[in-house]
Design a protein around this ligand. Structure first.
Ligand code: NAP
Length: 262
């Protein structure tokens, strides 16, 4: 790593132009907002998706409208071969891989006694194994370049449990542990951190009723629930503006975890 001077900080470090960012699960929701915000900062973007080709195409067009280059690559993050191909395509197109945002995730809400083993396996596979497979593949390129940043999307559920079920909470607690171990192992060349969003208005939370949202809202000191752009802002900030934060989990929930108050 280069020496950190304020002049360099001001002029160069945080310039994302010409950088290649891979955002898994960026056909919609938090991933899509993150991909577009990276593009608005000049980065080239790989939009990954599992099934929504049309939405991924729309995200690519939004990135291009922002003035950056983009490709959409279909790859199921639970499949090692497809993940390998995702990064091969990214490298082929842009010649480097600077940033991985491990964002792809699912929720299949269940109470414990109704939680089928297959649902447990599926949620752990997408939310946790997927991040391992993508980090392993990205690390091959980043270690070769001696530079890279990985941001894993965890959740406040990984810290405090939550309404989506034990399987979801366990997968996200796993992401926080994965992040810390990766941060140690990939240092000093790759910085690895996680972001834990609070409830954010996306399709993943479509099972929440308006009444649930009102209850959540009443617990948030900032007085509004998160939009995908709020989480994207934190991810891009972490990548653009920090070089010395490593192995940390940053909660982005409007201060909800501060509740309850007297
Ligand atoms: P979302 O709107 O449902 O989007 C999920 C994205 O993941 C889609 O692009 C989807 O692609 C992709 N995806 C799903 N399974 C995949 C697979 N096997 N391989 C590749 N891509 C896959 O969800 P979101 O709310 O934006 O969630 C993004 C991340 O934030 C997740 O990790 C989630 O756990 C986390 N999070 C969300 C909230 C929240 O309140 N929304 C809170 C905390 C954490 P297709 O469209 O092609 O299926």
């Amino acid at each position: 790593m280069e020496e950190c001077t304020l002049e360099r900080v001001k002029e160069k470090v945080y310039d994302l132009r010409g950088r290649c960012v891979v955002v898994t699960g960026s056909s919609r929701g938090i991933g899509r907002a993150t991909a577009i915000l990276f593009a608005l900062h000049g980065a080239d973007v790989v939009v990954n998706y599992a099934g929504s080709a049309e939405k991924a195409g729309e995200a690519v067009r939004e990135v291009e409208k922002a003035g950056s280059r983009a490709i959409a690559v279909k790859a199921d993050v639970t499949r090692a071969e497809e993940v390998r191909e995702l990064f091969r395509r990214a490298y082929e197109e842009f010649g480097r891989i600077d940033v991985l945002v491990n964002n792809a995730g699912i929720s299949v809400p269940r109470k414990l006694l109704e939680l089928e083993e297959e649902v447990w396996d599926k949620v752990i596979a997408v939310n946790l194994k997927g991040q391992f497979l993508c980090a392993r593949e990205a690390a091959r390129y980043m270690l070769e370049q001696k530079q890279g940043k990985i941001v894993n999307i965890a959740s406040v559920a990984g810290l405090y449990g939550g309404g989506l079920g034990v399987h979801y909470a366990a997968s996200k607690a796993g992401v926080i542990g994965l992040t810390k171990a990766l941060a140690r192992e990939l240092a000093p060349y790759v910085q690895v951190n996680s972001i834990s969003p609070g409830p954010t208005r996306t399709e993943l939370m479509k099972t929440l009723s308006e009444e649930d949202w009102r209850r959540v809202l009443s617990q948030i000191p900032l007085g509004r629930v998160a939009e995908p752009e709020d989480i994207a802002t934190a991810v891009v900030h972490l990548v653009r503006c920090t070089e010395y934060i490593n192995g940390q989990n940053i909660v982005v929930d409007g201060g909800r975890i501060l509740a309850p108050t007297t």
